[in-house]
Design a binder for this molecule. Sequence first.
Ligand code: HEC
Ligand code: HEC
Length: 220
Amino acid sequence: MNQVPRSHLVGVALAPVALACGLLAAGCARGEAHAIPTGEQLYAACESCHGARGEGNVELSAPKLAGLPAWYLTRQLQRFKDGTRGAHPDDEKGLRMRAMARQMMSDAEVEAVVTYVAAMPDVDVILTLPEPDLNAGQADFAACAVCHGEKGEGNESIMAPRIAGLNDWYVAAQIRKYRTGIRGGAEGDDVGAAMREMANKAVAPERINNLAAYIQRLPG
Ligand code: HEC
Ligand code: HEC
């Protein structure tokens, strides 16, 4: 059973792999010893939502991935997998992504797809929030810069990701999710908890869109 070549299991979608993994748990545990699909092959399963260039898709609420660093991508995929992110019953969009992440069986596969995504050139995304007050956004951003950097470039040492250039609609949605604990509220999520506190303290609800629009325009 353990001899089933992994190449037979590699399809464009990851579903068959996950199914086989369920049936062949022992083989899967040793999965890393076998050839794994390339990051590009694995990304085929992500493309329908996140786009071929990692540009994201507002209709599907799937954010842009291009421009995000490998350490953060890895961490988030792990979090979707273990339920620290995307498992809250009210997190409709997180649940969509969680289903995907759970199909990623091995650390080696996560690493392969992350290497591929992290190498994508950054892409500009269209602004979606109408008539933001960018001055208000800039003023509120000062509190965020402490962790995310003056240009929103991120700071790995405190696990604060790059946020510059993220989709405005996505940033606004994440801030709202942190505020209610739909994100960052899971037990043991200390890092998320820090961000939750900021989302509640540093910006008033009616100013979230301004802040998100300002962040999307940051060059990083
Ligand atoms: C069914 C659509 C769908 C597919 C397929 C999908 N995703 Fe997602 N992904 C989403 C959605 C929706 C979100 C936003 C979740 C949220 O709002 O918290 C997301 C979020 C993410 C995030 C978090 C981004 C951030 O800035 O924190 C990463 C990383 C990610 N996806 C990677 C992937 C990878 C890699 C794949 C392929 C293995 C993939 N996704 C496949 C829908 C999808
Ligand atoms: C105390 C440090 C700290 C401050 C200040 C802070 N953040 Fe964060 N932020 C974090 C950390 C850590 C994470 C990663 C949390 C996680 O993995 O869920 C994060 C995550 C985020 C994300 C999710 C990014 C993504 O790709 O999904 C957004 C958006 C964000 N912060 C926006 C802000 C904004 C806007 C402010 C200012 C109002 C702010 N942050 C202030 C630490 C901070």
